[in-house]
Design a protein around this ligand. Structure first.
Ligand code: GLU
Length: 480
C-alpha cells in the first residue's frame, strides 16, 4: 500500500512549488490506489504565520487535492499536526540518548556563535564542535536537574558514506564527516524538522517521501536516524526546483508565486495542476492537455526529471485557455460570476454572461477576461479611444453609419448573418469597402478599435442597445 504525505510548514501562503509537490504526492497515491496524507509541520515556532494553516488548506481545497487522511481530515495515525505530538518526540529523542546515538548539549547561543566565528575565521567547518559530546553522565544529570537549558543532538559517526537511493537522481552519496551533529530536540522542547519528519514518516507508515530538492542534503541525517531507530526508511524522490528564465529559484520578483494569486487571477485549478505537473515531468509523448484524472493515469515518478524546470508564464496562460475551452459556456459563466464581485463590477444576468462567454470563446484565457477584457459588453462606452478615432473615423463615417442605423431599425432579424448582409449591401450601394462601415461601427458601439466579431457582438448587445449606442456616437463624434 503506497502512503505518501504532503507536509507543509505554516509559514505563509502555499507556493506554486509546494502545490506541485503536493500534486506529485497525490498523483502517485491515486495512481497506485494508495493514500495521500496531509501533515502540518509547525515545529519551528519562530516562523509560524497566523492564518497560514487555513490558507494552505483553502488552496489545496481549491486545487482539488483532497487528502485521504491527515490534519483536519482525521485518521488513525494522528495527530497530524506536529505541535500536538511533542510527547512522542521527547520519548524518541530520549531513546536515542539511552542508545548512545544522541547526546545532551548545554552550549549557549553565545558560545555557539563565538565558536562558529572562530572556526570560520580559520577556514574550518562551522559544524558543531562536539563540546558536549563527552560530558560525564553525572554532569549531564546534575545540569539537567539544575534546569539548565539544553538541546539533544544527533551523534553523527565519522568516516561513513551515507547513500540516498533517490528515485529521481539515482544514488547520491554523502560523507558523514561533513554532516553536522544536528539538533534533534530544541531548548523550547520542540523537535527540529529532522527528528519530527523521520518519526512521523515512520509512525504514519509513509512509503514514499516526495519533496523538493532543497531537502536532499538533509536526507543523510534522516537515513542515520532510521538506522539508529532500527526502522526501514521510505523511498525518496527529490523533485527539481522551479526556476526562472535565468536559472534562479522562482521568486516573487519573477511574478506571482502563491496559489491564491493564480486563483484570484482567474486560472482554473485543473489548468494550474496540468501546467505544474509538466514542470519537471513529462508523459513520454507530446501530450500537453491533461485533466487531473488524466494525470493520475499517466503519472510515474520515474519520468520526473533531475534538472530545474523553468516556469513559463505564457505556457500557463495557454494551458489555461485550453482548459477553459474544454468547459461549456454555462460552466464558464458560473465560474466567472464570482469574479465580478471580486473585481467590484456589477454582476450581469447569467444568461447574458453565457452569451458573452460564447462571444469571447476564442479570446478568453482567464476567467477574469470575461470581466475585464470587454467592459463595453456590460456598459455603453462613454469615451472613444482617441487613436482609433483618428485612424478609423473618416469624413464620411457619420453619414454612412447614419444610413446603416436607419436600415438596422427596420431589421427584424438581428442575427450576425443578417447584420453582415445588410452592412455589405449598403457598402456596395455606396461604392465603399465594408471596412468603411465595420471599423467606425465597432468604434461607435464599443469605444475601442479591437474586439470580437462585430456582428456577433451586436447580436449579444441586442438591437435597442446597438441603436442607442450608434445614436450617441453620432452625436459625439465629428461629422465630415
Ligand atoms: N515541512 C517541510 C516543508 O515545509 C517538508 C519537507 C518534507 O517534505 O520532508 O517543506
Amino acid at each position: 500500500m503506497v502512503r505518501v504525505r504532503f507536509a507543509p510548514s505554516p509559514t505563509g501562503y502555499l507556493h506554486v512549488g509546494g502545490l506541485r509537490t503536493a500534486l506529485y504526492n497525490y498523483l502517485l497515491a491515486k495512481h497506485e490506489g494508495g493514500q495521500f496524507i496531509l501533515r502540518i509541520e509547525d515545529t519551528d515556532r519562530t516562523r509560524l504565520v497566523e492564518g497560514a494553516v487555513e490558507s494552505l488548506l483553502e488552496s489545496l481545497r481549491w486545487a482539488g487535492l483532497t487528502p485521504d487522511e491527515g490534519a483536519m481530515v482525521g485518521g488513525d495515525k494522528g495527530p497530524y499536526v506536529q505541535s500536538e505530538r511533542l510527547p512522542i518526540y521527547h520519548e524518541m529523542s530520549k531513546r536515542l540518548v539511552e542508545q548512545g546515538q544522541a547526546y545532551y548539549c548545554f552550549c549557549t547561543a553565545e558560545r555557539l556563535e563565538a565558536m562558529r566565528q572562530e572556526r570560520a575565521a580559520k577556514g574550518e567547518s562551522t559544524a558543531y564542535d562536539r563540546h558536549c559530546l563527552h560530558l560525564s553522565k553525572e554532569e549531564v544529570e546534575r545540569r539537567l536537574a539544575a534546569g539548565e537549558p539544553h538541546v539533544i543532538r544527533l551523534k553523527v559517526p565519522e568516516g561513513r558514506t551515507l547513500t540516498v537511493e533517490d528515485i529521481v537522481r539515482g544514488p547520491v552519496s554523502f560523507d558523514s564527516s561533513l554532516v553536522d551533529d544536528q539538533v534533534l530536540l530544541k531548548t523550547d522542547g520542540f523537535p527540529t524538522y529532522h527528528l519530527a519528519v523521520v518519526v512521523d514518516d515512520h509512525l504514519m507508515e509513509i512509503t514514499h517521501v516526495i519533496r523538493g530538492e532543497e531537502w536532499l542534503s538533509s536526507t543523510p541525517k534522516h537515513l542515520l536516524l532510521y538506522e539508529y531507530f532500527g526502522w526501514q526508511p521510505p523511498k525518496y524522490a527529490h523533485v527539481p526546483l522551479i526556476i526562472n528564465e535565468s536559472g534562479k529559484k522562482l521568486s516573487k520578483r519573477d511574478g506571482d508565486v502563491s496559489v491564491e494569486a493564480y486563483r484570484d487571477k482567474g486560472y482554473l485549478p485543473e489548468a494550474l495542476l496540468n501546467f505544474l505537473c509538466l514542470l519537471g515531468w513529462n508523459p513520454g509523448d507530446e501530450r500537453e492537455f491533461f485533466t487531473l484524472e488524466g494525470l493520475v493515469e499517466a503519472f510515474s515518478l520515474e519520468r520526473v526529471r533531475k534538472s530545474g524546470a523553468v516556469f513559463d508564464f505564457g505556457k500557463l496562460l495557454y494551458i489555461n485557455g485550453l482548459h477553459m475551452r474544454a468547459h461549456t459556456p454555462q460552466e464558464l459563466a458560473d465560474m466567472a460570476l464570482p469574479f465580478f464581485d471580486r473585481l467590484g463590477r456589477p454582476r450581469p444576468q447569467r444568461d447574458y454572461l453565457v452569451r458573452v462567454v460564447e462571444l469571447l470563446a476564442e479570446r478568453a484565457n482567464l476567467l477574469t477576461d470575461y470581466v475585464t477584457e470587454a467592459p463595453y459588453l456590460y456598459e455603453a462606452p462613454t469615451t472613444y479611444e482617441e487613436a482609433t478615432v483618428k485612424k478609423r473615423w473618416k469624413a464620411a463615417s457619420a453619414e454612412l453609419l447614419e444610413a446603416w442605423s436607419a436600415i438596422l431599425e427596420g431589421l427584424s432579424d438581428f442575427s450576425p448573418e443578417a447584420l453582415e448582409e445588410s452592412l455589405r449591401q449598403l457598402a456596395q450601394e455606396r461604392g465603399v469597402g465594408a471596412g468603411q462601415l465595420i471599423h467606425p461601427a465597432r468604434l461607435a458601439l464599443s469605444g475601442v478599435g479591437n474586439g470580437p466579431s462585430l456582428f456577433h457582438m451586436m447580436e449579444v448587445l441586442g438591437k435597442e442597445e446597438c441603436l442607442r449606442r450608434l445614436r450617441r456616437a453620432l452625436e459625439v463624434l465629428p461629422r465630415g
